[in-house]
Design a protein around this ligand. Structure first.
Ligand SMILES: NC(=O)c1ccc[n+]([C@@H]2O[C@H](COP(=O)([O-])OP(=O)(O)OC[C@H]3O[C@@H](n4cnc5c(N)ncnc54)[C@H](OP(=O)(O)O)[C@@H]3O)[C@@H](O)[C@H]2O)c1
Length: 238
């Protein structure tokens, strides 16, 4: 698609790769509705990238709020792009994994994706343009590892959701792509004491360039899954 003049929704747009996705889309002439809970952070993003970014305070786990916002925003204007990016991870051995943490990961990483997708797809079906949904899973959606059981379960689940949707929506002119990135230097790891950011992690700008590339493919060309990793994942030697 040609990104100029298109309309996108990016969840988790207040930081990390969501903010970077929003930036590259706005720079490409797309209007971006950026959803997240922190209005302060969303306003900071808008200050950096301009009024092509529309901040929307939204907890995507509240499905009535998602429905209400979509109903009041779209109709005349139709969305062309949905990037389901909001997500979080708590890492712990199974005997230390709290019920609250399990539930929050299920609510945001899986149910939240369902809540946005189910309200946006009917609008995309009305859109004469070829539309595109991009789901941000993780390399943890392809391989399980100790302490990641709940996060793995959500991201493996997102892979299944994406594959089913790509087959379901292709004849409606809606592409579905699932991303499986390895470690990216963002705030994602703030709650994980054993993980420190380092210079060999992937940069949000690299993932954003990949998003732009995938969105700009020609209409009948679909990349349904994409894995990205750092070449050398180890921290550089001091
Ligand atoms: N960083 C990595 O290494 C990595 C690797 C592979 C995949 N990923 C995936 O990439 C995605 C983005 O992560 P990131 O690395 O950019 O981390 P991040 O900087 O922590 O961003 C997470 C975003 O999700 C939003 N969010 C969390 N709960 C939400 C909710 N209930 N409703 C709406 N928004 C919510 C946060 O905004 P608020 O707090 O303002 O709501 C924030 O904008 C996640 O799905 C993550 O699983 C990350």
């Amino acid at each position: 698609m040609n990104l100029e003049g298109k309309v996108a929704i990016v969840t988790g747009a207040s930081s990390g790769i969501g903010a970077e996705f929003s930036k590259i889309l706005v720079e490409s002439g797309t209007k971006v509705y950026g959803l997240a809970r922190s209005m302060e952070k969303l306003n900071n993003v808008q200050e950096h990238i301009g009024n092509g970014f529309v901040p929307v305070q939204m907890d995507i786990t509240r499905h009535e709020a998602v429905d209400g916002w979509v109903d009041s925003t779209f109709g005349k204007e139709l969305p062309d792009i949905l990037v389901n990016n909001a997500g979080l991870g708590y890492f712990a051995n199974i005997d230390n994994l709290g019920l609250k943490e399990w539930q929050q990961m299920m609510d945001v990483n899986l149910s939240g994706v369902f809540y946005t997708t189910r309200t946006i797809v009917p609008l995309m079906k009305k859109n004469a343009n070829v539309c595109h949904i991009v789901n941000i899973a993780s390399i943890a959606g392809l391989m399980g590892n100790p302490t990641l059981s709940a996060y793995n379960a959500t991201k493996f689940g997102l892979r299944g959701f994406s594959e089913a949707l790509f087959k379901e929506l292709r004849f409606d002119g809606i592409k579905v792509t699932c991303f499986f990135p390895g470690s990216i230097a963002t705030n994602f790891f703030d709650s994980i004491e054993t993980m420190n950011l380092h210079a060999n992690m992937m940069q949000p700008s690299d993932i954003a360039k990949t998003l732009k590339f995938v969105l700009e493919t020609s209409d009948n060309y679909l990349i349904n899954e994409l894995t990205m990793r750092p070449l050398n994942p180890k921290p550089p030697k001091e």
